[in-house]
Design a protein. Structure first.
Length: 327
């Protein structure tokens, strides 16, 4: 068994500046949603997941609680669980509890873009699961990264991607991402993924524009990051959080809308905004019962199991490569 390494970092800071400059130069303007997640953004998102209006986290959590034993059986013995966008790993602890109780997990590899937040989580998990190798990697999981050395007894890699974060991608991006996951997992690997379903628009709007204003703070946090890290001059009072719904394809969009005519400076470059113009900061695509399965098939992944809640609001699905051995 390898020694537990120091936190591995594979996330170049300069990518943030490049992507922001490129996104603000486009029409319509956009900033990738992954840049919400500095340490403050990660904590704000954790706060969002506890809101009454935000159904995805508690619904997915209940599915995991109800079906953890079945999922552990499907994952198999001595797997390495690699979680993309781990955050605080709270939902993951449901699986880790079940896997660790059976002593059937070879290692847990949390991957997150926020190195500081990730290291705190890793320390907590090592205390909670003595003897379990916790091997954190600070990386942007949408880009190429290296897995750490895994214990010799590892039978296969299972990528865990909860929260329906796959919905942040366009369909072409989702296909490419699923191909990337298949490569990381390897020919005998698997993907366990959360998939949010399209539902009543009032439910969706409240989830992404909560009365407490936490999601608004989360959205505005990307401007705080720009000010702090990219020598920006955004006046946060001159921007507003905005949610838009579209059913073709089904998605929730988040925007930052300029309240006045203004100029935003980033790394010395000036971008002129008219009142009402927006920066598109996130898409959250929703799926029908077989929506993700058809995209996964294009990436060489076959759905083996599907677990859902009684209302059909959310699903957790297990995919494997077509020639994966039984586990």
């Amino acid at each position: 068994m390898p020694e537990e390494p120091e936190l591995e970092t594979d996330a170049p800071a300069s990518a943030f500046g490049r992507d922001v400059l490129a996104g603000l130069a486009e029409r319509p303007r956009a900033i990738p949603a992954k840049y919400f997640y500095d340490e403050r953004g990660s904590r704000l998102f954790d706060a969002i997941t506890r809101l009454d209006a935000y159904y995805p986290t508690r619904t997915e959590r209940q599915i995991l609680l109800d079906h953890a034993d079945e999922m552990v059986e499907a994952i198999g013995k001595n797997a390495a669980l690699v979680e993309y966008g781990s955050g605080s790993s709270e939902k993951t602890r449901i699986l880790l509890d079940a896997l660790h109780a059976r002593r059937t997990l070879a290692a847990y590899v949390p991957i997150d873009i926020s190195a500081a937040f990730l290291e705190q989580t890793a320390v907590s998990l090592r205390e909670a699961y003595p003897g379990l190798p916790v091997l954190p990697v600070a990386a942007d999981y949408t880009r190429a990264f290296d897995l750490p050395e895994l214990p010799s007894e590892t039978s296969r890699v299972v990528v865990f991607f909860p929260g329906s974060t796959v919905g942040n991608f366009t369909q072409p991006e989702a296909r490419d991402f699923l191909r990337h996951v298949a490569e990381v997992a390897g020919p005998d690997g698997a993907l366990l993924i959360g998939v949010d379903q399209w539902k009543d628009e009032d439910v969706l709007r409240r989830a992404y524009d909560d009365p407490e204003g936490v999601t608004a703070e989360f959205n505005l946090n990307v401007l705080r990051r720009i000010n702090r890290e990219l020598d920006g001059d955004a006046d946060l009072d001159a921007w507003a959080h905005e949610v838009r719904l579209d059913d073709d394809p089904p998605r929730v969009e988040m925007h930052l809308r300029s309240l006045v005519d203004q100029t935003l400076t980033v790394l010395g470059e000036r971008f002129r905004f008219e009142a009402g113009e927006s920066i598109h900061t996130e898409d959250s695509h929703k799926f029908g019962p077989d929506g993700l399965a058809s995209l996964a098939e294009d990436a060489g992944l076959v759905r083996r199991r599907r677990w859902t809640d009684p209302r059909g609001w959310f699903a957790v699905e297990l995919y494997e490569t077509a020639d994966a051995r039984p586990h």
